[in-house]
Every structure is written in structure tokens, then in C-alpha cells.
Ligand binder design. Structure first.
Ligand SMILES: [Zn+2]
Length: 311
């Protein structure tokens, strides 16, 4: 068995509105049900890990709140800076309860990683979504009965001390992206996630979260890369659609930051799988209306001969 404070951390989640599946995640009923089921499975998983002593506080890098993997030692490790003082006499202080709330929040995020087996980027979106829902519960404060003290307590996340302050400012930043349906863009602004992006995920999710128009230029550039790198399938129409969504020189520069494969993009525009005439015509007229010079720049950069897309 893991420590009693970890039992508290799981129990606080279990009885929170998010843990009870009553927070709205948006989307249709089926989507809501998927979330509720995921949360249920996560709670079960956390209890199992708790019984097996697979959850613990550890010394992690300053910017790493926690991690999860099936391995020797704890499967879930949470940064030690969020471990509350376990002495019953001081456990109930606001600072210790804020640490407990933070521990619980990070624990839930890592727990989802262990029950889910999705594309890494998509899984990260789901973890962060649940995390942000639960964050709302924790800043309001969650009442629970503590296994450490045997008494009622309230876990409330507050910025007491620099570690909690940094966590909360991260969460508030992430929240602003979430409110604009741009959590995916926030995640993809972190370079370690770039190589996990797959063409399959791009195809599946391209209409989600406000569609292409709501993606940052960097995300659009990364999507182009992922599609271009897929050797199995040429998604010319989709690549052209993404290219056509780029509205300014500045956006194109940002989209190109990580661009790798111009040959594949060129193929998309002029190869055998390039858009059928109606798509090409529609794209061109849209581009002419919006910003002629941007598309000219794009096809020049990609190396499409001018006579193929005369502007
Ligand atoms: Zn994660």
C-alpha cells in the first residue's frame, strides 16, 4: 500500500464533480459518455496502483510535475515538491492541503496515461482537458474525510509558495488556450510532442476544435509535415486545404518553422494525386480573393512551377 495521503489524493478526485463525471466537457452525448467512462477507469486504476504501492513522490526535474510508465519503482511518480507534510498535526494547514490538491491533480493526469492507449498527442489533449476540469473543482475546494487525520478536511489549490504558484500559473495559461479550443495548439507548441504527431491523427481530428481555421500557424505547419511524411497515402486535397488556410506572410513563416519535406508538399500540389480540378479552382479563387501574394509565396517556396498555378 502507498501512503495514506495518496489515498486522500485519489479519494478527493473520486468525490469531486469531475470525478463524478458531472462536469461538461462539450461535444455530443457520446463524447460526454466517453469522458465519464475514462474517468471511472482512471479512478479504478489509481486504487489498484495505490494498493500495489505503485504511486509515490520522487525527486524529478524542476519542470516535470509527474510521469507515468510501467517500470521498476513507482509507475506514477509525482514531483516531491507537491507532497504534503504527513504529520497529522500539520497536515491540515492551507499549504499542505494546497499541496495535496496539486498532488491529486497531477496524479489524475498521470493515471489517465496508464488507462489510455491512444496516439500520444491525442492522449495529452484528453489528460489536459480532465486536468482543467478538475482544476476548477480544486480551486473551489473539495471536502473529504482524511485517512491521515481521521477528520474532515478541505483540499483547496492555492498559490502558496513558488512551486504551487508556478503550477497554477501554468494551469491558468493552459486554461486560456482551452477556452479558445486550442489545447491541441498549446500542446504542439512544446517540441517534445512534434514527433508524436501522425497523419492518421491529423486526418481524424482536422474538423475538431474549430477546424483548420482555429489552428495556430505552427500547428498547421506541423500538420502539413505529418501528412507529407505519410508514405502510405497522399492527402493532396487536405494538404492544399491547409495551405489555403494560410492568410498572411507571417502565418506562412510560422507554419514553415519546422517544415521538412517540400518535395511531398510539391507533389500534393502538382502530382498525380493533386486536387481535382474543382478543388484547385476553388482554392485558387479563394486565395485570389484573400491574399494573392501569400499563395504565390507558398508555391514559390515549395517549388511548384509557376505555370501549374498561374497567379
Ligand atoms: Zn501527460
Amino acid at each position: 500500500m502507498s501512503s495514506s495521503f495518496i489515498y486522500d489524493a485519489i479519494n478527493i478526485f473520486k468525490y469531486s464533480p469531475t470525478g463524478q463525471g458531472s462536469r461538461r466537457v462539450g461535444g455530443d452525448t457520446a463524447y460526454q459518455q466517453r469522458y465519464a467512462r475514462l474517468i471511472h477507469l482512471t479512478i479504478e486504476k489509481l486504487w489498484m496502483l495505490w494498493r500495489q504501492n505503485e504511486i509515490g513522490a520522487d525527486t524529478l526535474g524542476r519542470n516535470l510535475y509527474g510521469d507515468a510508465a510501467i517500470r521498476d519503482g513507482f509507475d506514477i511518480r509525482i514531483n516531491r515538491s507537491f507532497q504534503p507534510d504527513k504529520e497529522p498535526a500539520t497536515y491540515g494547514t492551507a499549504r499542505n492541503q494546497a499541496k495535496l490538491a496539486a498532488f491529486s491533480l497531477i496524479l489524475v493526469h498521470e493515471g489517465i496515461h496508464l488507462v489510455h492507449d491512444l496516439n500520444v498527442v491525442e492522449e495529452e489533449v484528453i489528460c489536459r482537458t480532465v486536468e482543467l476540469l478538475y482544476y476548477q473543482d480544486l480551486i473551489q475546494g473539495q471536502d473529504y474525510t482524511s485517512r491521515v487525520t481521521g477528520e474532515r478536511g478541505t483540499a483547496r489549490l492555492m498559490a502558496i509558495g513558488s512551486d504551487l504558484g508556478a503550477l497554477i500559473s501554468d494551469l491558468n495559461g493552459m486554461r486560456r488556450w482551452y477556452d479558445r479550443a486550442q489545447l491541441i495548439d498549446w500542446i504542439l507548441s512544446i517540441p517534445i510532442y512534434h514527433h508524436w504527431l501522425t497523419a492518421q491523427f491529423v486526418r481524424r481530428s482536422i474538423r475538431w476544435w474549430g477546424g483548420i481555421g482555429n489552428r495556430t500557424p505552427l500547428t498547421r505547419g506541423l500538420y502539413l509535415n505529418a501528412l507529407a511524411e505519410d508514405q502510405q497515402r497522399a492527402d493532396a486535397a487536405l494538404m492544399v486545404e491547409i495551405l489555403g488556410s494560410i492568410n498572411s506572410q507571417a502565418e506562412w513563416r510560422a507554419a514553415r518553422v519546422r517544415q521538412t519535406d517540400h518535395a511531398r508538399l510539391r507533389q500534393a500540389l502538382i502530382g498525380p494525386n493533386s486536387p481535382s480540378a474543382p478543388i484547385a479552382v476553388e482554392l485558387e479563387s479563394a486565395l485570389r480573393r484573400s491574399n494573392n501574394s501569400v499563395f504565390a509565396q507558398i508555391i514559390r517556396d515549395i517549388g511548384v512551377p509557376a505555370d501549374r498555378y498561374p497567379l
